[in-house]
Write a protein that binds this ligand. Structure first.
Ligand SMILES: N[C@H](CCC[C@H](N)C(=O)O)C(=O)O
Length: 277
């Protein structure tokens, strides 16, 4: 039996500044994470702090299963940057060029192309039921002031195109739109400006976390929304606050790449685990 109150080792990684705690539970019978424990680890004062926590689990359908938690302990159905970080870590450790990762969204494929890791985040969800929205509407032009677009990437996104993303009120508007009635499961909120037909500037308010330095699924959703509106081609560079992401919307799905950093390895004490489980 696994001692669920044993010390818990984790890896801190950054994907373009998107900040992750990664826990490897591949050799446990069950995952160790709970909502309460994720929220405690996610608290930057009481715990460690992260934008998302990702837990690796043994899979009967892919090379590994991957689950995501937000800083408030809520679950996220997709996390592109953490998927890239985990793919990089596991492919390096196992000497693989290709990896299949099962998330809540389904099986995602990661590939090493000339030393650069790409993850296929799957086809964008563009029907209102799938994002999901509360009622039928044109997902390219949501009935919200500012004319945002709605896109699902396994998690909901509300994308505003603005003249200058750097001047956008990300915190004030992000907090409001996150819980807008049109989004029954709340939403991530993107503020994007078009720099060139292959280049966007992006700032993000993440559901369950707040402002982050980058958001992979948000970058994918923004690239999809921009192309749908005829603003960009299918392959774009996206400048997030913490680094540059690459998005390539191909026939087989939306591919995501960008920088990855292994920051440190550490261990949470048994006392911390026992107090917060
Ligand atoms: N940072 C993540 C997205 C987190 C989304 C999460 N905040 C949600 O509740 O959907 C990414 O790289 O895709």
């Amino acid at each position: 039996m696994t001692d669920v109150n044993a010390p818990l080792a984790f890896v801190k990684m950054h994907g373009a500044g998107n900040d992750f705690v990664i826990i490897d539970s591949m050799h446990q019978a069950d995952g160790v994470m709970t909502t309460a424990l994720a929220a405690a680890i996610g608290d930057r004062h009481r715990g460690v702090g992260f934008d998302q926590l990702a837990e690796l689990r043994q899979s009967d359908a892919a090379d590994l299963d991957l689950d995501f938690w937000n800083a408030d302990g809520s679950r996220a159905g997709a996390c592109g940057n953490a998927t890239r970080c985990v793919a990089d870590m596991v492919m390096t450790a196992r000497g693989l060029d290709r990896l299949r990762i099962r998330t809540a969204r389904g099986i995602l494929v990661a590939e090493n192309r000339q030393g650069q890791i790409w993850v296929n985040m799957g086809a964008p969800l563009l029907d209102w039921q799938d994002i999901p929205l509360a009622h039928a509407c044109d997902t390219d032009h949501l009935p919200i002031e500012g004319d945002p677009a709605g896109v699902g990437m396994g998690n909901p996104h509300c994308v505003f195109f603005v003249a200058d993303a750097d001047a956008a009120p990300v915190a004030a508007l992000g907090r409001d739109i996150e819980h807008h009635a049109l989004f029954p499961q709340a939403t991530n909120v993107e503020f994007a400006s078009v720099t060139a037909p292959d280049h966007l500037r992006l700032r993000v308010w993440e559901r369950g976390t707040g402002i982050t330095l980058a958001c992979g699924s948000g970058a994918c959703a923004t690239a999809v929304a921009a192309h749908r509106r005829g603003l960009t081609g299918r392959r774009v560079r996206i400048d997030a606050d913490g680094g540059q992401l690459l998005v390539d919307w191909r026939d087989d799905g939306v591919w995501l790449s960008g920088p990855v950093a292994h920051v440190f390895d550490a261990t949470l004490s048994a006392e911390f685990i026992a107090a917060h489980r």
